[in-house]
Ligand binder design. Structure first.
Ligand SMILES: [Zn+2]
Length: 311
């Protein structure tokens, strides 16, 4: 009984083995077929997309190319202009006519956004067929959101130094503000007098503009916010004049721009838009928590930045 069972199992194994190793002739009859299976096991047919990515880093796409009735194939990876990307041009001679090969293509960091293609020219004897599979590459868009503790500090400051109030003194409706880091300052419901804002008048003891962290008006205000969120006034060692820093600003950064005319405090960055708090945009020392500017505009007149990450 046991011997019979063993024999049956052996027969089964043989049948399975014959099925697996069966190889059709190389010059197969019928039309060629080519499709791909992605790294995450999706089957993708010609004309369809198999990937989408941004161009921040180099992305690799490991694929399996399946074929039937194909004796040789040329596989190229092309950019939006139909040019081979980084020498990714390979030829395969396929003795089995049917099966699969492992293949990997990549889009290098910083590549031009557009539709890239895996183009497969498959031959079955003299007959040739073309198959294409697309990969959409988009521009990398930078975002930076505050940590929970940074957001808490921002909310606190927003509450103590509210939007629409004026960061000044010596005018009507002044309130003294005590921050829990020990800093005392003032806000009011009245704009600065125009005399304060003329030329260097804000340096006079009778001027109404506030001062903090080695700066008046916009600069002083940004420094007060930085002092609170950083745990101390920004030092010169945190200062950078490198314009490329604008591409990766973070909550807490203090940016001087408009060719050394204005200072802002970065709240967050969303899809290449910088959101910030500021004071004195318009020359009245008014507080604004809803400032926004594109990364490219800010870059144009960038002067320097106090980096929160270098505090
Ligand atoms: Zn003022």
């Amino acid at each position: 009984m046991r011997r019979l069972a063993a024999l049956l199992i052996a027969c089964f194994a043989l049948i399975i083995l014959i099925t697996v190793v069966h190889v059709p002739s190389a010059e197969a009859a019928g039309n060629s077929k080519v499709w791909i299976v992605t790294w995450d096991y999706r089957t993708v047919y010609s004309g369809k997309a198999f990937a989408e990515s941004d161009n921040k880093i180099t992305y690799e796409a490991p694929l399996t190319i399946h074929f039937e009735n194909v004796t040789s194939m040329r596989v190229r990876f092309l950019d939006g202009n139909g040019k081979v990307v980084g020498g990714q041009d390979r030829n395969y001679v396929l003795t089995t006519g049917r099966g699969s090969v492992s293949y990997s293509c990549s889009v290098p960091a910083g590549s031009r956004p557009g539709t890239y293609k895996v183009r497969i020219d498959a031959k079955n004897g003299k007959k040739s067929s073309t198959y294409t599979f697309t990969w959409k590459v988009t521009k990398y868009v930078y975002s930076a959101t505050p940590s929970a503790s940074m957001q808490q500090k921002i909310n606190y400051l927003k509450n103590k130094l509210p939007n629409g109030k004026y960061w000044n003194h010596g005018v009507k409706g002044v309130t003294t503000v005590y921050l829990d880091n020990g800093r005392t300052t003032t806000i009011s419901s009245s704009r600065c007098n125009s005399w304060s804002h003329k030329g260097e008048n804000f340096r006079s003891s009778s001027a109404t503009c506030n001062y903090s962290g080695n700066g008046y008006q916009c600069h002083g205000f940004a420094m007060i916010l930085a002092e609170y969120t950083w745990g101390g006034m920004p030092r010169e060692s945190s200062k950078t004049y490198d314009r490329s820093v604008v591409d990766r600003l973070e909550p807490g950064d203090v940016v001087r721009y408009l060719n050394d005319e204005h200072t802002i405090f970065v709240l967050r960055v969303e899809k290449d838009t910088v959101y910030f708090a500021e004071c004195n945009n318009g020359g009245t020392c008014k507080i604004n928590w809803n400032g926004k500017i594109s990364v490219s505009s800010l870059k144009k007149t960038f002067t320097y930045c106090y980096r929160y990450s270098m505090r």
